[in-house]
Design a binder for this molecule. Structure first.
Ligand code: SAH
Length: 211
């Protein structure tokens, strides 16, 4: 159930659903998603579905991981990415297979520790993880990121995050207006922040403080 054939089937499905970026498809063919979920769920790891990872959280659906990663690449390659919501670390691994420097924060200590262990075991040396509240941005306020990806839905875009977005930088996030969630792309252009609403999505909420 975790064979290359099963993985290839998922990649074909992603292509049919509109994932066209070859780099994203190639990386998702290689990153072992089954090693980021509980052993009891490993046989379902290459289904295009979200799965529970404990603590009331989920590993995002592969299509969503591919789509958000593809959105971050639409304006060309970039050096540094900040992810809000490490969770099990799967999206982090996908990002780290594409971008040279990846930073990711998680509010639940146990998930942070588990992701750290898994990513180290898989030899991802270009990842820095922190146990912190992502709404406050990366703990070093002087850092700037060319891309930011939030993997939990927010009701307000945290200012600490837009402040850490480089000029020309792109941030993608699920935005919750109280009724529904919409994938949103925020770009820091010469005229300031430009926000675009994309499609409807469903994410776990961005929660305040540490868990
Ligand atoms: N990126 C993950 C998705 C995990 S689900 C993947 O690859 O599948 C979203 C994660 O965001 C959860 O682990 C949740 O604990 C975390 N989260 C929610 N609010 C947060 C906050 N304020 N700061 C950091 N992480 C947060």
């Amino acid at each position: 159930m975790t064979s290359q054939r099963t993985r290839d089937r998922l990649i074909n499905r992603l292509q049919q659903q509109g994932i066209y970026n070859e780099q994203v498809l190639d990386v998702m063919r290689r990153v072992p998603r089954h090693l980021f979920v509980d052993e009891a769920l490993a046989h379902r790891a290459y289904e295009d579905t979200a799965l529970p990872i404990g603590y009331g959280q989920t590993i995002s659906q592969p299509f969503i991981v591919a789509h958000m990663t593809q959105l971050l690449l639409e304006d060309g390659p970039a050096n540094s990415v900040l992810e809000i919501g490490t969770g099990c670390g799967y999206q982090t691994a996908v990002l780290a297979s594409i971008f040279p420097q990846v930073y990711s924060v998680e509010r639940i200590e146990a998930l942070h520790q588990l992701a750290k262990k898994r990513l180290a075991e898989l030899d991802f040396y270009n990842v820095q993880l922190r146990h912190t509240d992502g709404a406050e941005g990366w703990p070093n306020p002087s850092y700037r990121f060319e891309r930011i990806m939030m993997t939990a839905a927010c009701t307000e875009i945290p200012e600490a995050l837009t402040a850490q977005l480089s000029p020309g930088g792109v941030m993608v996030l699920p935005f919750d207006n109280g009724v529904e969630q919409t994938m949103t792309r925020v770009t820091r252009s010469a005229d300031g922040l430009v926000s675009e609403s994309l499609e409807k999505v469903i994410f776990v909420p961005l929660l305040p403080g540490l868990g």
